[in-house]
Ligand binder design. Structure first.
Ligand SMILES: *Cc1c(COP(=O)(O)O)cnc(C)c1O
Length: 421
C-alpha cells in the first residue's frame, strides 16, 4: 500500500501537473554534507536551473543549509544569481572563446580557465572592467574533458602569473574534476588526486600561490575524504538523489529527495481483455481491467525510454506505465491496485517524490529509463509549474507579518516560477 501526500486542497487548477520542490530538504541535505566535509567548504552546484529545482530558490536554500559558494556551468547562470541578489562567491566553469566575459568579470563572478588563451580573454575583460578577474585554473588530471593537460599546464600558469603581475587577475584556485568517483575505490580517483597535487607543485615552482584547491563532486564527497581538499563541489546529493548505484540509494545515504512530480488522473475507463494500449500497442491488457490516463508525457520530461517500465503511485498502490509514454500523456493499468474500484478522474498520481511513503523516486525512474537521476530531474520541462514548500532560504515577505501560530508554513512562489525559463 502506497500513501500519497494529501494536498488536494493545494492543487492549482490552472495546471495539469506540478513539480513540488522541498526547500527544507535541500537545506538539510546541504547541512549534512557540510558537516561531513568540514573544515572543507561547500560550493553548492546549481547549474541547469539547480538540476531542475529552480536556480534562485534552490541556491538560497543551499546557502541557508551552510554552503558558502555556488557553482554553475554557464555565465548566464552566474549572472542570474547576481541579478537575484546573491552576493556569495559564484564560480562559472564553462565558456567558449569569444563569449562576452565583461558582465561576469564586472559582477565579481569567479571564472575558470584551462588555456593561456582563456587566461588572456579573462585578463582583457578585467582590463576593460577596471578590476581583477578572479580565476580558477582547471587541470585535466585524467578525465580528458575540461582543463589543461600536464604538458600545457606550465604555460597556462605562466600566462596567469603575467596577468596577475599586470594587475588584471587574481589567482584563486587550482581545480579538477573526477571521472569515476561514483565507483568506490576506483584507482583513477587517487591518480587524479595526485595529478592535481603535482600540478599545484609545478605551479608553485613557477611562483604561483592558490588560496584553494577543489576536486570532489557528490560521489567523492561521500566516498573519499582525501579528495575534499579546501572546497567540495556537490550537486546531486544536495537535491537528495544518489550519485550512483554503487555509492548507495538516497535512503541508504540519508538523503531526502527534494523534488516531487505529481498530477491527477485525467480519465478512468474500463476495457476488455486483449486491448492494446497506447502507440504501437506495446502493452495488451491481460484481463478485463480499468485504465487511468495520466496527463504528463515526454514533453514534460517523463522519459519515453521508461515506456512500459516507469513506476507510478496511484490508487493506493504502485504500478508501471502501460505501453508507450506519449508527448503529453501515458496510460496506467489500475487492475489489481488496492483502490482500483474507487479510482476516478482527479485522483492524485505521483510519478516520483521523496519515497518516504513507499512511492517511487527519481532514481527509480532513472533505473526504468536506463539513465541517471540527474537526467530525470534536470530534464523536467518548463511546461510544468513549480511549487515550493519549506522555508529554507525564503526571503521574508515584507507584506506578511510573522505568524508564529502556524508552524507548518508553505510558501508558493508562482511569481518566481513564471519567469523562470
Ligand atoms: C556537475 C558538476 C559537479 C557536481 O556534480 P555532482 O555529481 O552532481 O555532485 C561538480 N563539478 C563540476 C565541474 C561539474 O560539472
Amino acid at each position: 500500500m502506497t500513501d500519497l501526500p494529501d494536498d488536494a486542497a493545494r492543487w492549482d487548477p490552472r495546471w495539469t501537473g506540478e513539480l513540488v520542490v522541498d526547500l527544507d530538504a535541500i537545506a538539510a541535505n546541504t547541512a549534512a554534507i557540510a558537516a561531513r566535509v568540514a573544515p572543507a567548504a561547500v560550493m553548492a552546484v546549481v547549474k541547469a536551473d539547480a538540476y531542475g529545482h529552480g536556480l534562485l530558490p534552490a541556491a538560497r536554500a543551499a546557502l541557508a543549509g551552510g554552503a558558502t559558494w555556488l557553482g554553475v556551468a554557464q555565465l548566464g547562470e552566474a549572472l542570474a544569481l547576481r541579478a537575484g541578489g546573491v552576493q556569495e562567491r559564484v564560480l562559472a566553469w564553462l565558456w567558449a572563446p569569444g563569449q562576452d566575459l565583461d558582465a561576469a568579470v564586472a559582477a565579481g563572478v569567479d571564472l575558470s580557465a584551462s588555456s593561456a588563451g582563456g587566461v588572456g580573454e579573462l585578463a582583457a575583460a578585467a582590463r576593460r572592467a577596471g578590476t581583477r578577474a578572479r580565476v580558477h585554473l582547471e587541470v585535466d588530471t585524467g578525465m580528458a574533458r575540461g582543463g589543461a593537460t600536464a604538458e600545457d599546464w606550465p604555460g597556462v600558469v605562466r600566462s596567469a602569473l603575467d596577468a596577475r603581475a599586470e594587475g588584471h587577475l587574481e589567482l584563486v584556485a587550482a581545480w579538477s574534476h573526477l571521472a569515476c568517483a561514483d565507483v568506490p575505490g576506483d584507482p583513477s580517483v587517487e591518480r587524479q588526486r595526485l595529478a592535481l597535487a603535482r600540478a599545484v607543485e609545478v605551479a608553485e615552482g613557477l611562483g604561483a600561490r592558490f588560496a584553494l584547491r577543489h576536486l570532489a563532486n557528490s560521489a567523492a564527497v561521500l566516498t573519499d575524504p582525501a579528495t575534499h581538499l579546501d572546497l567540495v563541489r556537490p550537486g546531486i546529493v544536495l537535491y537528495g538523489l544518489s550519485p550512483g548505484t554503487a555509492v548507495g540509494t538516497s535512503a541508504q545515504l540519508g538523503l531526502r529527495p527534494a523534488m516531487a512530480l505529481r498530477t491527477r488522473l485525467a480519465l478512468v475507463k474500463d476495457v476488455e481483455a486483449g486491448q492494446g494500449v497506447s502507440y504501437g500497442h506495446t502493452y495488451t491488457t491481460p484481463t478485463a481491467t480499468r485504465l487511468g490516463l495520466v496527463p504528463l508525457g515526454y514533453a514534460d520530461g517523463v522519459p519515453r525510454a521508461a515506456s512500459g517500465a516507469g513506476p507510478v503511485a496511484v490508487a493506493g498502490g504502485r504500478t508501471t506505465v502501460a505501453g508507450r509514454v506519449c508527448m503529453d500523456q501515458f496510460v496506467v493499468d489500475l487492475g489489481g491496485l488496492p483502490g482500483a474500484d474507487r479510482a476516478q478522474p482527479g485522483d492524485l498520481v505521483e510519478l516520483f517524490g521523496d519515497g518516504a511513503l513507499g512511492g517511487p523516486t527519481a532514481d527509480d525512474w532513472a533505473h526504468a529509463a536506463g539513465t541517471i537521476g540527474y537526467e530525470v530531474v534536470a530534464r523536467v520541462s518548463g511546461r510544468l509549474p513549480r511549487r515550493y514548500t519549506g522555508t529554507a532560504g525564503v526571503p521574508p515577505d515584507p507584506d506578511q507579518p510573522e505568524q508564529p501560530d502556524q508552524p507548518e508554513q508553505q510558501h508558493d512562489h508562482h511569481d518566481e516560477q513564471e519567469d523562470r525559463r
